[in-house]
Ligand binder design. Structure first.
Ligand code: NAP
Length: 258
């Protein structure tokens, strides 16, 4: 199946490692040029080397998406290099675990800024370019814990990830007349070297073995490539009727019926 992504231009926030890098490599394999951002420049450059090996161009932007002026730079520099933007993948995200009563305003503000406001600002800055060309795709990397309860100690993460799914749906309605599709993706537990699940597996192998047996019907964690494959499809014209949706990529880990 030709996905029609050759010579498209995509921005991936947090494209230097983990799921974001997997998505960047998946899009690059289809001939898409990439602008990737993250705070650590060395990891960004290493990711760009892998991307360029797929014979596409990569723009690396070492910046912090929680800073509004950095968001402006991200979009302006992508336009300056490539002259257009076709796809935005809002991937950056993080977590502060803890009992709700112990969470501080600072905890809430930091994660709302990272998991929600960064995506709001990047999307708002990209939309005029998509509207002008009368096409485009915006994707949000949420979580299965945005669709259903992740349990204790996840109030901030769960709340912000649910907000992303709501935001994507409303944006999809508003932007449909401009031929801009907006969807969210809800990964389950994804393991990759150096990632949060990898660290937990190394710290507590027996506990994590029990977690997989109990929570993961496929008997294993997901991979970044499995998330990337779904994102690449959603970014492509083959998903032309898919907008306002949230797709689980979780090996049936989640329990929600919707
Ligand atoms: N891994 C999972 O099991 C899982 C499951 C469900 C959903 N998700 C979601 O998937 C997304 C990616 O997860 P991941 O596990 O791949 O995360 P990760 O390993 O922590 O990678 C996050 C990426 O974002 C960048 N980043 C973080 N803060 C940033 C900031 N303020 N400005 C610019 N870049 C920033 C990081 O680079 P720097 O640190 O250098 O900035 C890195 O490239 C997140 O939204 C996460 O919530 C993950």
């Amino acid at each position: 199946m030709d996905l029609g992504l050759k010579d498209k231009v995509a921005i991936i926030t947090g494209g230097s490692r983990g799921i974001g890098k997997g998505i960047a490599l998946g899009l690059a394999a289809e001939g898409c040029h990439l602008a990737i951002c993250a705070r650590n420049p060395a990891q960004l450059e290493a990711a760009a080397t892998e991307i360029c090996a797929k014979k596409v161009e990569a723009l690396t932007l070492p910046l912090d998406v929680t800073q509004p002026d950095h968001v402006e730079q991200l979009v302006q520099q992508t336009i300056a290099k490539f002259g257009k933007i076709d796809i935005l993948v809002n991937n950056v995200g993080g977590n502060r675990r803890g009992p709700f009563e112990k969470t501080s305003d600072e905890d809430w503000e930091a994660i709302i800024d990272l998991n929600l406001m960064a995506h709001v600002r990047v999307s708002r800055a990209v939309i005029p370019h998509l509207r002008e060309q009368k096409s485009g795709v915006i994707l949000f990397i949420s979580s299965i814990f945005g669709r259903e309860s992740g349990g204790a100690n996840l109030s901030i993460y769960n709340t912000t990830k649910s907000a992303l799914i709501s935001l994507a749906k409303i944006m999809a309605v508003e932007l449909a007349p401009h031929h801009i599709r907006v969807n969210s993706v809800a990964p389950g537990s994804i393991r990759f070297p150096g990632g949060s699940w990898d660290k937990r597996c190394l710290e507590d192998p027996e506990g994590m073995k029990a977690f997989v047996a109990r929570e993961m019907p496929l008997g294993r964690f997901g991979t970044v490539e499995e998330v990337a494959n779904v994102v690449v499809f959603l970014a492509s014209e083959r998903a032309s009727l898919v907008t306002g949706a949230c797709l689980n990529v979780d090996g049936c880990q989640s329990r929600s019926l919707i």
